[in-house]
Design a protein around this ligand. Structure first.
Ligand SMILES: *Cc1c(COP(=O)(O)O)cnc(C)c1O
Length: 468
């Protein structure tokens, strides 16, 4: 008998023979004697059978659920607008800037939050009006800033040199331009990302506010901060809201400015398993309601007086990225081979690696077979297709033996993979969107030789592999 006998012979419905394996019984690791599987297999994505997805769009293939994406955005907005009456959601482009994703969220009422000239141009080309774009980030080139000002988009100033540049451009136009400054501070729950914005504790932020107050061409109307990403401790947001509201009240009182926009950035955790955290995401990731409660309560407290005096509530802006898109997208990939490593572990090689799953460096994605598998689960390493030792999709997962051609669903993968993916030795695959009526569209076509080489130019003497 060979390793695995044919189980597809006509009339034969025998279970496939699986090579026996010896699995060390280790405490702390679930194994075949104590395995509790959340879901053993899943053969559809949002109602579409996986084999038909792969047959039509190839493997690997990214799949996005439009229904889930809309539902996440609605739940987020509802959690906040039910607690604070003046809320604006803004989509963080860098989390996933595929046009169909952005427009789905814009249709749900989201503005665009962009951090580069490219993202700004993309938002404009999708049809987002300037006044619905927030321009963040540490690098805003002069040429794009001119356009941003003329379009009436919101500028969130990151540092003093940028402040001087924006002031110079406002002066050239002979206008008094409303601007927002980015703040950084200690929340007590997160590491301070002090490289972005002006520091509150050192007095730098107040200095910047004075600088703007004394300018003929600028006025301070907004405050922004973004305290981190995948922030699991929702109390960090309570601290952020209190610090920003206190700064708002102080800066208004001292400099006479009027703040009408408080932008608390993003950073809410998604239902993903960060490496090094051993409890499942369902237990450690706060809900939108928990985040909203932390933020809205101190904001309402701090704005009570201004409302009593007849001033409107500042617009609360949210830039939630990963928590809205992550679990709306999965990656389907296929097994191309398997082997035993010298230390006895089994490894499988799949056709999608860290080129497509940048987030595999930080998260233990859920990896689910798409059919019921025979055989005992064994500790398995999942490698991608790259000729790079670091191309590991999962360092350790319990899986029954897999055959060549078996498909796996990797999720959630909607945040940062379609923007941080890299083109290294492989083509990037199709990205499809499953619509609420169960129709499917390709929203980004697979790359091919032509798309990959379209920007290259061959100097005349190098247009052939043969000299002369
Ligand atoms: C990246 C980023 C976001 C989105 O962050 P998530 O962690 O994905 O929610 C929001 N605002 C700013 C300024 C960012 O840089």
């Amino acid at each position: 008998m060979t390793d695995e006998i044919d189980n597809g012979a006509a009339g034969s419905r025998r279970k496939p023979w699986v090579k026996p394996s010896i699995v060390m019984h280790r405490s702390g690791l679930v194994n075949k004697f104590g395995a509790v599987h959340r879901e053993l297999w899943q053969n559809d994505f949002d109602g579409i059978p996986i084999p038909s997805l792969v047959e039509q769009y190839g493997s690997p293939v990214f799949a996005i659920s439009e229904r889930k994406l809309r539902d996440n955005a609605r739940r987020l907005i509802r959690a906040f607008s039910g607690r604070y009456p003046n809320v604006q959601y803004s989509w963080s482009y860098k989390t996933n800037y595929l046009g169909a994703v952005c427009n789905t969220l814009h249709q749900e009422g989201a503005w665009a939050e962009v951090v580069s000239g490219f993202e700004y141009e993309k938002a404009r080309s999708l049809g987002v009006p300037g006044e619905h774009i927030l321009f963040n980030g540490p690098h805003k080139p002069r040429a794009i800033l001119k356009r941003v000002i003329d379009d009436g988009a919101h500028i969130h100033i990151d540092h003093l040199d940028e402040l001087y540049l924006v002031e110079e451009l406002a002066k050239e136009r002979n206008i008094r331009l409303a601007v927002t400054i980015r703040l950084n501070f200690e929340t007590g729950f997160t590491e301070n990302w002090s490289r972005f914005g002006f520091n509150v504790e050192s007095g730098q932020a107040m200095d910047a506010a004075w600088r703007i107050a004394n300018s003929e061409h600028l006025k301070l109307t907004g405050l922004h901060s973004h305290i981190g990403t995948f922030v699991l401790d929702h109390r960090a947001y309570g601290a952020q809201a209190r610090i920003m509201a206190a700064f708002m009240n102080e800066v208004e009182q001292k400099t006479g400015c009027e703040i009408s926009l408080l932008d608390l950035g993003g950073g809410f955790a998604s239902r993903n398993a960060l490496q090094g955290i051993y409890l499942p995401p369902e237990q450690v990731v706060p809900s939108f309601d928990q985040y909203a409660e932390e933020i809205c309560t101190p904001l309402l407290d701090a704005t009570y007086e201004r409302v009593a005096r007849g001033r409107p509530l500042p617009l609360l802006v949210l830039e939630t990225g990963r928590a809205v898109v992550d679990d709306a997208e999965s990656l389907v990939c296929s097994v191309v081979g398997s082997k035993k490593l010298p230390d006895g572990r089994r490894c499988v090689i799949v056709d999608a690696g860290v080129n497509l799953l940048f987030t595999a460096f930080w998260y233990n994605h859920q990896i689910t077979p798409t059919r019921e598998l025979a055989g005992a689960p064994e500790e398995t390493v999942i490698y991608g297709p790259l000729c790079m030792n670091i191309d590991v999709v999962r360092h350790s997962i319990l899986l029954p033996p897999l055959d060549v051609g078996d498909t796996l669903i990797v999720s959630p993968v909607g945040a940062y993979n379609n923007t941080q993916w890299m083109q290294f030795i492989e083509y990037r695959p199709n990205v499809v969107m499953v619509h609420p009526d169960s129709s499917v569209s390709v929203i980004r076509r697979a790359e091919n030789l032509e798309t990959m080489t379209s920007l290259e130019q061959l100097p005349r003497h190098l247009d052939s592999p043969v000299a002369g």
